[in-house]
Design a protein around this ligand. Structure first.
Ligand SMILES: Cc1cc2nc3c(=O)[nH]c(=O)nc-3n(C[C@H](O)[C@H](O)[C@H](O)COP(=O)(O)OP(=O)(O)OC[C@H]3O[C@@H](n4cnc5c(N)ncnc54)[C@H](O)[C@@H]3O)c2cc1C
Length: 212
């Protein structure tokens, strides 16, 4: 059994590790030529931490991440509207983690390479299409360094190529493009002293006022 995974994001790399544990031969094709630790903070919920812990990443996560103790909604003046414990503080057996998205991705990438071999992730390989035959798939990719076309043979294709998935578009051409919901999120990063518990995730609602 050989599985071709499209996308070396968080989903694709985690799928590759899980398939590796199950003894399945796996190759990941990733369009980006040189992955860098991009992104800001994401939250890993306890069920995701459980999976990653089972994959042997518990200690590495503990080093990289902040165990989230509470989520706090505040108004634009900082007044607390609502809060709730999170992770272990809420009684889960696994913590919730706040972690840098890029650092998590690099941890997964390094682990895939260490466990499944340096060639398990093919970088600069952009998925173009797939042909499904009896008993297998032939996956077409473009080598972005040379512009040349290549094919990879496998038994199964896994599409983990993110929000604008080319795999999904191929299998579900009838689906409308993503719908803009009218909400735009601005993100910024700064270094500061720990606040509240030091393990608090804060959501600031620019419209809400206490009691509204
Ligand atoms: C650069 C980046 C930064 C992000 N930063 C944040 C953040 O700060 N906070 C947050 O909450 N979420 C962030 N996200 C989103 C978050 O990582 C994902 O929504 C979530 O992890 C889902 O993971 P995923 O594996 O499904 O997709 P992703 O993590 O988006 O990974 C998809 C991967 O597929 C690759 N890919 C796409 N098309 C092709 C193709 N045709 N052929 C081969 N490979 C392809 C992409 O290059 C990417 O590496 C970010 C995503 C990216 C790509």
């Amino acid at each position: 059994m050989r599985v071709v995974v499209v996308g070396a994001g968080i989903g694709g790399l985690t799928a590759a590790l899980s398939l590796g544990v199950a003894g399945v031969d796996v190759v990941v094709v990733e369009a980006v030529r040189e992955p860098r630790p991009l992104g800001v903070g994401i939250n890993l919920q306890p069920h995701a931490v459980r999976e990653l812990t089972e994959l042997g990443l518990g200690d590495a996560l503990r080093e990289l991440a902040i165990p989230t103790a509470e989520v706090v909604h505040v108004d634009r003046h900082g007044n607390r509207i609502w809060s709730q414990p999170r992770g272990l503080a809420l009684g889960y057996r696994w913590p919730q983690y706040s972690i840098h998205r890029g650092e998590l991705q690099m941890l997964l990438l390094d682990t895939v390479r260490a466990r499944l071999g340096p060639c398990a992730v093919r970088l600069g390989a952009q998925f173009e299409g797939v042909e499904q035959q009896r008993g297998g798939v032939t996956v077409g990719v473009t080598d972005r360094s040379t512009g040349s076309a290549r094919t990879l043979a496998g038994d199964v294709l896994v599409g983990a190529d993110g929000l604008h998935s080319a795999v999904r578009a191929l299998y579900h051409p009838e689906q409308a493009p993503l719908h803009y919901a009218g909400i735009r999120m601005w993100r910024g990063v700064c270094e500061t002293e720990p606040f509240l518990t030091g393990h608090s995730m804060v959501i600031v609602d620019s419209n809400a006022a206490p009691g509204s």
